[in-house]
Design a protein around this ligand. Structure first.
Ligand SMILES: [Zn+2]
Length: 242
């Protein structure tokens, strides 16, 4: 069920053994071919399907669209929360849910840049509330079922071709990565790095995209979305037993 569609009286009556699901997106550049709300649209689509599959056990909050995206700021239109704002916002949403009695919270994350501040926010929530007994705060990134996913790449573009084909400009789909070779570091997120480097997307790609967006297809997107929904449902089912 969706929390925003209930009355306060219904919330008061709710069994508190449900999993509170908070989808978290971003508002950032996704190459020349995808809209700024791409991550938010994808994570929302997954969250709504997961809620529809588990209407009695999932309590869905609306998607947060302002993520942590300073590394995309060089491209016009990108918005980001400052780290402290981000952590405070998350705490201010999660704490009342925990105080109401919910003990299982799943943040469904749709954006790589959110991973770091999410961890800090979880730690901060537990610290501020003195680690209530039985509390589980979990975050699952939507690409965990698609580990090959990069930013605005063929997979993300395929998902958008399936979900919102009218918002994809395939004639602009191109990555244009700037050449860079090192034994110790790679812009390819899937190759483990020996050294940690921070970069902005402006420094590594001319269009803002990575991978091969020109290879995207709506069919690939449909298959991928199904896989992502299934993987999230699989976790939800296990999470209920924690
Ligand atoms: Zn994205």
């Amino acid at each position: 069920m969706k929390l925003g569609e209930l009355t306060w009286a219904e919330v008061e009556e709710l069994e508190k053994d449900k999993i509170v699901v908070l989808p978290f997106g971003s508002f950032e550049q996704h190459g020349r071919h995808l809209p700024l709300l791409t991550d938010t649209m994808i994570v929302t689509a997954i969250a709504e399907r997961v809620e529809a599959a588990h209407p009695e056990t999932v309590l869905l909050l609306p998607t947060l669209w302002l993520g942590y995206s300073p590394h995309h700021i060089g491209f016009p239109g990108t918005l980001t929360a400052a780290p402290n704002t981000y952590i405070d916002l998350l705490c201010q949403i999660l704490e009342p849910m925990i105080e109401l009695g919910f003990r299982k919270i799943l943040v469904l994350n749709g954006h790589g840049g959110n991973e770091c501040p999410l961890r800090m926010a979880f730690r901060e929530v537990k610290h501020r509330l003195k680690s209530p007994e039985g509390l589980w705060l979990a975050a699952m990134s939507d690409w965990s079922a698609a580990p090959e996913m990069l930013h605005a790449c063929e997979y993300e573009t395929s998902l958008m071709l399936h979900l919102h084909p009218d918002l994809v400009q395939m004639d602009e789909a191109e990555a244009k990565l700037k050449p860079f070779h090192s034994e110790f570091y790679s812009f390819d997120f899937h190759r483990p790095d020996i050294v940690t480097v921070d970069y902005s997307f402006k420094e590594i790609t001319k269009t803002g995209a990575l991978g091969h967006p020109e290879q995207a297809s709506a069919e690939m997107g449909e298959t991928l979305l199904q896989k992502m929904v299934e993987e999230t449902c699989r976790f939800v089912e296990e999470f209920l037993t924690w």
